[in-house]
Design a protein around this ligand. Sequence first.
Ligand code: FES
Length: 111
Amino acid sequence: MSVHDLFAIDEIDPGTARKVVLEGREIALIRLGDDVYALGDTCSHDDVSLSEGFVEEDECAIECSKHGALFDLKTGEPLSLPAVRAVPVYAVAVVDGRVELTIEQAAKESQ
Ligand code: FES
């Protein structure tokens, strides 16, 4: 398990996403209000960056910019077609105003 101190939460606007690369993994950080979620950045339908998609606050989801699949920010599960497979979910927390992400060696990843 490894914990990464990423950035201050104020550096990401509510309702937006940003991509980081950690340990060779591309990860989308999504801020909703004062909460931050972390998903694998690559859409499970095709090779498209979810962090370039649209944050859907009411559904706690992010919409892929290419074909519109919605992914649940808490579970990584697709909420709509055309995606049918989940994307990985990572543990993320805001500690003293900073975003910390934990990678647990595939423990929370879906295949
Ligand atoms: S590439 Fe994401 S829904 Fe098709």
